[in-house]
Design a protein around this ligand. Structure first.
Ligand code: GLU
Length: 299
């Protein structure tokens, strides 16, 4: 049996857009007979106490999960092991570039905007030794980048169909030794048996790279559903500064959790006042695919 998942970064309280994504991921997994797992992506962007509050909010919403919550920081050894495996397969290279080096090299006409210009990809052993020494002198160590064997990769998405993106030499381990989200997310999804990834569509363009990394590690390819973001009245992605947007803020203004679930369900084209009810009526084929403009209630 496969699993769906929700994998929040504990950077603060979730807003109604995050809650909506969580409810969708949960219902999508449950209605397809999958397990549902929760993972706290606490390898960066951590705010004290946020993980616990996120867990409480999900419980209040009526979202449940199988097994223990997985904290990503407990997975360091597995992430390191994946790095070692990719290295062994020739799928990583050391990169000695500073941000400035990359910026300068990226302005060359053949470089795709925003992509790594390839500076350190094909250096000789001698050049590497020199570069390593140069970095060591200023107290830095090289980063490790993906050395992809393909130019592009495709994933299947329930809402977007086949999505193909060029595969860039993304950083998988930074110079300070920290493992990148793009690596951790893939290793941990596999570890938790995740074969269905439902998340906000701001991550759509990262999906092919993540699926390629999964392939490189010998994992099955997951299926994706990238769901629309919730936006504010200006059309920008909803944020905390937009007003009362978290569950606690909304209930503080007199809304009940059932009212919040009703709003989320309504925005997706369904009528439900609890997670249970939502699960009964949810059908991906009938779901509204437009972004939802959320107008926070006045205090
Ligand atoms: N932890 C990421 C975030 O909260 C999401 C990762 C994912 O769903 O793949 O932005």
């Amino acid at each position: 049996m496969g699993a769906g998942r929700f994998a929040p970064s504990p950077s603060g309280d979730m807003h109604i857009g995050n809650l909506r994504t969580a409810l969708l991921a949960w219902a999508w997994a449950r209605r397809s007979g999958r397990k549902f797992v929760l993972r706290v992506e606490d390898i960066d962007r951590v705010r004290e106490g946020a993980a616990q509050r996120q867990i409480e909010d999900l419980q209040a919403l009526g979202v449940d999960w199988d097994g223990e919550v997985l904290f990503q920081t407990t997975r360091h050894a597995a992430h390191e092991e994946a790095i070692a495996r990719l290295k062994e397969r020739g799928l990583l290279f050391e990169c000695y570039c500073s941000r400035r080096d990359i910026k300068e090299a990226s302005s060359a006409p053949h470089v795709r905007p925003g992509s790594y210009p390839g500076t350190c990809r094909n250096l000789t052993d001698e050049e590497r030794a020199e570069a390593r020494e140069r970095l060591a002198k200023v107290g830095r160590a090289p980063a490790l980048r993906l050395n992809p064997m393909v130019d592009e990769w495709s994933v299947e998405d329930e809402l977007f169909g086949t999505v193909t993106e060029p595969i860039d030499c993304v950083v998988l381990q930074r110079g300070d030794g920290t493992l990148a989200y793009n690596l951790a997310v893939v290793v941990d999804d596999d570890f938790q048996g995740v074969d269905q990834i439902v998340r906000a569509d701001d991550l759509l363009s990262s999906a092919p790279a993540q699926a390629y990394i999964a392939h490189a590690l010998g994992y099955e390819q997951p299926r994706y559903a990238h769901v629309p973001l919730v936006i504010n009245e200006e059309g920008a992605r909803l944020a905390k500064r937009d007003g009362a947007v978290t569950l606690r803020e909304l209930t503080g203004l007199g809304m009940s959790v059932a009212d919040v679930v009703e709003q989320i369900s309504g925005s997706l084209g369904f009528e439900a006042r609890s997670a249970e009810e939502f699960l009964r009526v949810f059908d991906p084929a009938l779901m509204t695919r437009e972004p939802w403009v959320f107008v926070p209630p006045e205090a």
